[in-house]
Design a protein around this ligand. Structure first.
Ligand code: FES
Ligand code: FES
Length: 165
């Protein structure tokens, strides 16, 4: 067993867990944050993406013990109270989801992607960057549209709206 302390969405949480506990299971089962999903057991789907120290990570590929001392942000930590994060707002505006299962991972991957391309994104880059995130519903078109809109809105400093197409 290991004692693991992680800052999750701005709150320090300490749990004693089995050494083999994956970060995704730590978040879901030990912290109760079930917005981070598990969609595969092969590290392919991306439904489990969270931010670890500011970078998108598939939380099924990391042990909770490895993340001890780190800062983790999950989909639950993205909105500012009732105000959606611009990427969340853009997914809503552009219908970037259907069943919603892939959406938390898509949004966490997208926010990291937008951070890494501060000068803006084009469609080909977004599609290439989404290689690690699988959606079985949407055909990706509206997801790409939403990410491009969010990227534009955030480049303008527009924290409130991501409606621009
Ligand atoms: S659960 Fe599918 S990549 Fe992590
Ligand atoms: S919206 Fe259903 S898996 Fe993507």
């Amino acid at each position: 067993m290991s004692e693991v302390t992680i800052s999750v969405n701005g709150r320090n949480v300490t749990r004693t867990v089995e050494d083999r506990t994956l970060l995704v299971h730590f978040l879901r089962e030990h912290v109760g944050l079930t917005g981070t999903h598990v969609g595969c057991d092969t590290s392919q789907c991306g439904a489990c993406v969270v931010h670890v120290d500011g970078k998108a990570v598939k939380s099924c590929t990391m042990l909770a013990a490895q993340a001890s001392g780190s800062t983790v942000v999950t989909i639950e930590g993205l909105a500012n109270g009732a105000e959606l994060h611009p990427v969340q707002a853009a997914f809503k505006e552009h219908h970037g989801l259907q069943c919603g299962f892939c959406t938390p991972g898509m949004i966490m991957a997208a926010t990291d992607m937008i951070r890494r391309y501060p000068d803006g994104l084009d469609e080909a880059t977004v599609r290439a960057e989404l290689e690690g995130n699988i959606c079985r519903c949407t055909g990706y078109h509206n997801i790409v549209k939403a990410i491009l809109a969010a990227s534009k809105a955030m480049a303008k400093g527009g924290k409130k709206s991501a409606k621009a197409a």
